[in-house]
Ligand binder design. Structure first.
Ligand code: ATP
Length: 335
């Protein structure tokens, strides 16, 4: 069966890492067809809009998008196109794996293999009700947490654990202080957890979680938390395993899912063939899992690991003298 996916090549290093990623996917005979669509600066330049209707229609129709980083110019309507996409498609689950890979600048060369599941649509992060008093002395923000939003993200985390054979879910909160919002999240999460007696569940306050992650990351398997805590924790976890060059992310909703590299457009190295394509490749592996092709996803991950192990054609950020496409070709050869 042929599956069409929307492909957004993006800005900065986006086109280079996307070409490299598609080269690898093409070598796998996946039956994927690509529908190219623009967003970000390139769309603004070509079509006069950051997020053209045709791009939205393409994602809506195909339900799956693979997306490179985008530039959101200041003063162009959105604070972030990524946040706008999450909002418009109700992509409520932000899924960020962090895994130790060989020959990377990891703090923990082995032993980190965890996934942060971050609620993506509510809480302080979305910036609702922001005000600044006329004299500039007082600022406010509304933080809204709902039972529905909490329930669906925690359920997603437990279902992910079951699907992937993971054993434990840690509910991360600050209910001791934020009794209403974090309190509702925790109470809802506890209730959902009772439906999954086969999965171990524990609770941890967010500040302690940060310390534990840095000291003993191997104790974590899946972390589920609210939007702002998840934003911070998932980058902390990327740091544990060698930085953003290896950090993929999925934004998943009921009607659509967008897979992306977590890093930005890296304008300092754009167009030079220096960009590491691993984060987008690992996002593509998440996409294959989502498309019910877990064996293909595993093959892709194993080929990335084998290429890192062999130090074959690695990009300069990994200490190699290869380039974006030669790295991708080395991975494709191993597949
Ligand atoms: P943006 O404004 O889009 O967020 P940025 O440069 O501020 O871009 P990042 O793109 O995340 O933020 O880059 C931070 C640093 O990491 C830069 O020095 C960049 O060159 C480097 N970097 C980011 N992604 C990669 C990559 N895939 N390969 C190699 N280096 C990268």
């Amino acid at each position: 069966m042929t599956q069409t996916i929307t492909v957004i090549r993006g800005d900065g290093i986006g086109p280079e890492i996307m070409d490299a990623t598609l080269h690898v996917l093409d070598s796998m005979n996946l039956g994927l067809q690509y529908e190219f669509a623009d967003a970000g600066l390139v769309a603004l330049e070509k079509q006069g809009e950051l997020l053209p209707a045709a791009t939205m229609d393409s994602i809506r129709k195909n339900r799956i998008a693979l997306k490179s980083p985008l530039t959101t110019p200041v003063g162009e309507g959105f604070s972030s196109i990524n946040v706008e996409l999450r909002k418009r498609f109700d992509l409520y689950a932000n899924v960020r794996p962090a895994k130790s890979f060989p020959n990377t600048k990891s703090r923990f060369p082995s032993g980190v293999d965890l996934i942060t599941v971050r609620e993506n649509t509510e809480g302080a992060y979305i910036g609702e009700g922001q005000t600044l008093s006329a004299d500039g002395e007082v600022a406010t923000l509304t933080q809204k947490i709902t039972r529905r939003g909490s329930e669906r993200i925690v359920r997603y985390a437990f279902e992910l654990a079951r699907r992937t054979g993971r054993k434990k879910v840690t509910i991360v909160h600050k209910a001791n202080i934020l009794k209403s919002t974090s309190g509702l999240f925790l109470k809802t999460a506890r209730a959902v957890a009772t439906e999954y007696p086969d999965i171990e569940c524990n609770e941890m306050i967010v500040d302690n979680t940060c310390m534990q992650l840095v000291m003993r990351p191997e104790q974590f398997d899946i972390i589920v938390t609210t939007n702002l805590f998840g934003d911070i924790i998932s980058d902390l976890c990327a740091g544990l395993v060698g930085g953003l060059g290896l950090a993929p992310g999925a934004n998943i909703g009921t009607d659509a899912a967008i897979f992306e590299a977590v890093h930005g457009t890296a304008p300092d190295i754009a167009g030079q063939g220096k960009a590491n394509p691993c984060a987008l490749l690992l996002a593509a592996a998440q996409m294959l899992d989502h498309l019910a092709m877990p064996e293909k996803a595993t093959r892709l991950r194993e080929a990335i690991i084998a290429t890192l192990e062999a130090k074959d054609s690695l990009t300069p950020d990994l200490g190699g003298s290869g380039n974006t496409m030669s790295f991708a070709k080395a991975i494709a050869t191993r597949i």
